[in-house]
Write a protein that binds this ligand. Structure first.
Ligand code: HEC
Length: 204
């Protein structure tokens, strides 16, 4: 270290005010240079690197991770009759289905599912649905040239099962609402078997 005389007075004076000649401390300078170097790295990384993340990709990963955690308990559900009927009667998981309904379906079928752009889902009249599994098929693959969009690319398979179970559970409220041409009354959904066990049917 170079010995510097401390508190060396500079030889100007303004209105009786004098100034010491104290350089910025070393740590301050390094911090400053550090931010300059970091900014170069930051610019190059976030503008050009394939490893950079965006708010959107970070959000998608967070959602996917939270779904993985949430669904760790039930494995991967298959959209068969037994599973749908079971989750139609499972209040806790129905709230997850209701959440999916609210974000993905309410805009077309109405917040109470009585119909809007898409038909009423609370009555016994259906066009593309004869069995409870058909609901999951319609959600996954869409219907009527995508007037009802295919959502399998957007939703986790368990979300499809849970939202379908939720929609099935709304039947019987018979809210007055919008129908669709070609609807007919269909048979009631199957009952939950009396000895029903929580089904864990991982499909891997
Ligand atoms: C972009 C608007 C739109 C969205 C979003 C949408 N639907 Fe639909 N849905 C429709 C339309 C329109 C139909 C009628 C298709 C037809 O005429 O065959 C339909 C039909 C259906 C049917 C069959 C009804 C019947 O009578 O055959 C079900 C079940 C259904 N939707 C459930 C859902 C669920 C569950 C979601 C959310 C996961 C959803 N829909 C999201 C527009 C939508």
């Amino acid at each position: 270290m170079v010995e510097r005389p401390r508190d060396h007075l500079m030889d100007h004076e303004y209105d009786g005010i004098q100034e010491f000649d104290n350089p910025c401390p070393g740590w301050w300078n390094w911090l400053f240079f550090g931010t300059v170097v970091f900014s170069v790295w930051y610019f190059i990384f976030f503008q050009f690197s394939p490893a950079a993340w965006t708010n959107a990709s970070w959000y998608d990963n967070t959602v996917a991770e939270s779904l993985r955690q949430q669904f760790a308990e039930i494995g991967e559900l298959s959209p068969d009759e037994a599973t749908l009927v079971q989750y139609m009667n499972d209040a806790e998981w129905l709230t997850v289905g209701a959440g999916v309904y609210k974000t993905q379906c309410a805009k077309c079928h109405g917040p109470d599912a009585s119909g809007d752009v898409g038909p009423n889902l609370t009555d016994d009249l259906y066009k593309n649905v004869q069995t409870v599994e058909d609901i999951a098929t319609v959600v996954a693959d869409g219907a009527n040239n995508n007037a009802m969009p295919s959502l399998k690319a957007l939703l986790h398979p368990n979300e499809i099962v849970l939202v379908s179970a939720y929609v099935a559970s709304l039947r019987g409220q018979n809210l007055p609402g919008v129908g669709v041409e070609g609807e007919v009354a269909i048979d009631p959904w199957p009952e939950l078997p009396a000895d029903a066990q929580p089904s864990e049917t991982p499909t891997e």
